[in-house]
Structure formats: structure tokens, C-alpha cells
Design a protein around this ligand. Structure first.
Ligand code: IPM
Ligand code: MN
Length: 349
């Protein structure tokens, strides 16, 4: 019996989560697994009412679940940063979800903004380190408020943190078994402390994986190649900040935020699955947001729980909906409502 914590969150989060739960229910019947879901109301509304984001006791409660499914966090009336650090990053860090896994897959050529690129050209995965780097929040102000002010933001990288991330990426690449190529995306030419350690660790661990071809690309060049030659990539491993940036670019070449899914993974603990995109407040309550990113996140969750067959079937149903039904992957332009897209996935499943 899987215990699923569901955090619909803010804006269009609840709408896309409703569709994911419909698909989860259908998948559990078809693939014979049992689950129970608990809806938790963390998010902007609750914060505005109670002043609370996520307390330590909430983290303890989350540790009791098999997985967490999240809609979106971000509320127009809450100052940027409060919900992000108080809820999203707090869960990632406290549950030590040290991998942010972001598959970049184009399901239909016409949804790609790049010329002459087909689904086989845009099919790679970014393994983003999710617990350190610039996201660690280390730094200080000096002489705040004066003309001599200095703001220092530290990128914190540990050997252990880097090593567990790189090891995960090699294992993932091997299991994926496509091009068997792992690219380290960094900035060794400028960030000579952090990326020296990343590169040394990468090269050392690579010796344990002679079946995987290794490659290195600077983050700026990686961005260029996402657009020019996305077919060069198979699995990419990178730090927290670079991973954040390149996966938004990745989301665009796979057809947009409407389809981009991700998982915050603790391979030894509780993982959380969420669309890459935000809460899209302007579409809230209109039944026009694309639920497929959330449904693809659900598919990733099923895979993580060990329900591989169900995970593949859900992704397969999404692919069929994208290829045969949708006019666009963007909110309001799909040719179907949020609920209808969810229904189509269930039908094809
Ligand atoms: C993401 C988001 C988050 C991040 C924000 C909302 C804190 O952009 O999941 O990519 O920067 O990691
Ligand atoms: Mn981001």
C-alpha cells in the first residue's frame, strides 16, 4: 500500500493535481497496486491565513509517506522567496532529495520551436544536483545600505554531495541504456574551485563505468547545443544553479512548461514529483492549464515506486494524447480543457 502525500499548492496546482489523481486511480486499477492519498494544504493560501509555511513537525509527517506529489507553489500576494524557501526548498533539503531529475523529451515534432527537430533528436535527461551549490543559501552582506556594500553568495560543494550525484547519473545512464553517454555540464574555465572538484570527481567515478562514454561541456556551450544539436545529449549531470537554468531551456525545446516534469529524488528516502513550471496564477480556475506536466510527474513517481509498467503506460497514454489530439501544449490553446485532457489520458490508459 503506497502512501502518497499530495500537495496541490497554489494557482493552477490544484487543477493539474486533480487530473493526475484521476490517472493514478486508473493506473492502480489496471496495474493492480493499492495506494492511499492524503491531501495536504501547504501553500500560499494557508500561509496568508496562518503565517506558516512548513514546520519541522510537517517535515516529520512527510517522512512517513512513500512519495509526495506536488502541483505548484507560488502565490501573487506572497512576496517572492517566502514560499519557495519555506516550502519547496525546505522539502528538498530536509528530506535530502539530492537529485533533481528532469527528462527532456519531445513527443511531437510540431511542438518543438526548433527547425527540423524530431522526437528522436530531443530525448535526454538532466540530473541536477539538488542539495548544494548556490542554493545552499550561504553568504553575507557587508556594509549593507552603504555605497561600499558587498553581497557575497557562496557556491557550496562537497566531495560527498558531488559524488553521490555523479554516481546517480552514471547509474541512471546505464539503466536508461540509450546512447550510454554522460555529459558533465560545468564551467571549469572560470569557476576554478567548484568545477575542479566536480571534474576530478567525475573523472574518478567514470573509471568504474567503462561502458559509459563521458563528455564535458561548459554551461554556456551546453545552452547553445540544446538549440543547435540537442541530439548530442543523452544524460547530463550538473550543479544546482546550472541545472535550474538549463532545464527551463530544456522545457522549451520539449514543447513548453505544459509538458515538463521533474522529480526531486532521495534514492534512499522520500521523493517528491512536480511539474517544472510554476503556479500560473493568471490561468487559475479557468480549466485551461495543461495537466500533462503533472501527469508526467506522476509517471515518474510510479517509476520511482517500482511500478515501472504503470509508469510506462501512463507516459504512453500521454504520448498518444499529444500526438493524436492536442493542437498545442500551451494553456488555453490545446483544443481541450484541463479536465478533458485528463480524461483522454485515462481513456488511452
Ligand atoms: C525549479 C524552480 C525552483 C528552483 C524555485 C521555485 C525555487 O525554479 O524547480 O526549477 O529554483 O529550483
Ligand atoms: Mn527553475
Amino acid at each position: 500500500m503506497y502512501k502518497i502525500a499530495v500537495i496541490p499548492g497554489d494557482g493552477t496546482g490544484p487543477e493539474v493535481i486533480r487530473e493526475s489523481l484521476k490517472v493514478l486511480e486508473a493506473a492502480s486499477k489496471k496495474y493492480n497496486f493499492a495506494y492511499e492519498s492524503t491531501i495536504l494544504d501547504f501553500g500560499g493560501e494557508r500561509y496568508l491565513k496562518t503565517g506558516k509555511t512548513l514546520e519541522d513537525k510537517d517535515i516529520e509527517e512527510l517522512k512517513g509517506y512513500s512519495a509526495i506529489l506536488m502541483g505548484a507553489i507560488g502565490h501573487p500576494e506572497v512576496k517572492p522567496g517566502i514560499l519557495e524557501t519555506g516550502i519547496l526548498l525546505k522539502i528538498r533539503f530536509s528530506l535530502d532529495q539530492y537529485i533533481n531529475l528532469r527528462p527532456i523529451r519531445l513527443y511531437k515534432a510540431e511542438f518543438c520551436p526548433l527547425k527540423n527537430k524530431n522526437p528522436e533528436d530531443v530525448d535526454f535527461v538532466v540530473v541536477r544536483e539538488n542539495s548544494e551549490g548556490l542554493y545552499k543559501g550561504m553568504g553575507e552582506f557587508r556594509n549593507k545600505g552603504t555605497m561600499d556594500e558587498v553581497a557575497i553568495q557562496i557556491s557550496y560543494n562537497t566531495r560527498l554531495g558531488i559524488e553521490r550525484c555523479i554516481r546517480y547519473a552514471f547509474e541512471y545512464c546505464r539503466r536508461r541504456n540509450k546512447k550510454n553517454k554522460l555529459t558533465l555540464c560545468g564551467k571549469t574555465n572560470v569557476l576554478t574551485y567548484a568545477w575542479d572538484l566536480w571534474e576530478r570527481t567525475f573523472n574518478e567515478i567514470a573509471r568504474e563505468y567503462p561502458d559509459i562514454n563521458i563528455d564535458y561541456a561548459h554551461v554556456d556551450a551546453t545552452s547553445m547545443w540544446f538549440v543547435k544539436n540537442p541530439e548530442w545529449f543523452d544524460v547530463i549531470v550538473t550543479d544546482n544553479m546550472f541545472g535550474d537554468i538549463i532545464t527551463d531551456l530544456g522545457a522549451m525545446i520539449q514543447g513548453g512548461m505544459g509538458i515538463a516534469a521533474g522529480g526531486n529524488i532521495n534514492p534512499e528516502g522520500v521523493s517528491m514529483f512536480e511539474p517544472i513550471g510554476g503556479s500560473a496564477p493568471k490561468y487559475t480556475g479557468k480549466n485551461v492549464i495543461n495537466p500533462l506536466a503533472a501527469i508526467c510527474s506522476l509517471s515518474m513517481m510510479l517509476d520511482n515506486l517500482g511500478e515501472r509498467e504503470a509508469a510506462e503506460a501512463v507516459e504512453g497514454a500521454v504520448i498518444k494524447v499529444v500526438r493524436t489530439k492536442l493542437k498545442s501544449l500551451s494553456a488555453g490553446k490545446m483544443g481541450y480543457s484541463t479536465q478533458e485532457v485528463g480524461d483522454l489520458v485515462v481513456e488511452y490508459l
